[in-house]
Write a protein that binds this ligand. Structure first.
Ligand code: ZN
Length: 97
């Protein structure tokens, strides 16, 4: 009789220390009767507060208040130590160094 051991440890997701986050806001307010959108956008690296500040300035200037917000945040996922996936990650990273 064989036994299998299953690991249910915690996965972690953390910000990648070697890459920048990108924050974008796009004005999605219609500016014509046929629904053409404003097109204003603002993009910045590593400064979400600056993106929000630019967004508020656009609202103050135009009265437009519908937006799309995109956040691109580089992350690193770590599998539970000792898991099958952790071994797969180690082999992948060794092969691609
Ligand atoms: Zn606008």
């Amino acid at each position: 009789m064989s036994r299998q051991q299953f690991w249910f440890g915690d996965w972690t997701t953390a910000p990648a220390p070697d890459a920048s986050a990108k924050y974008e806001v796009h004005c999605a307010s219609p500016v014509t009767e046929d629904g053409h959108l404003c097109g204003w956008k603002f993009s910045v690296l590593d400064d979400k507060e600056l993106a929000e500040k630019a967004q508020r300035a656009h609202v103050e200037e135009t009265g437009h208040r519908r937006f799309w917000e995109d956040s691109h945040v580089p992350t690193i996922v770590t599998a539970p130590p000792g898991s099958v996936v952790a071994g797969r990650i180690a082999r992948y990273e060794k092969a691609t160094r």
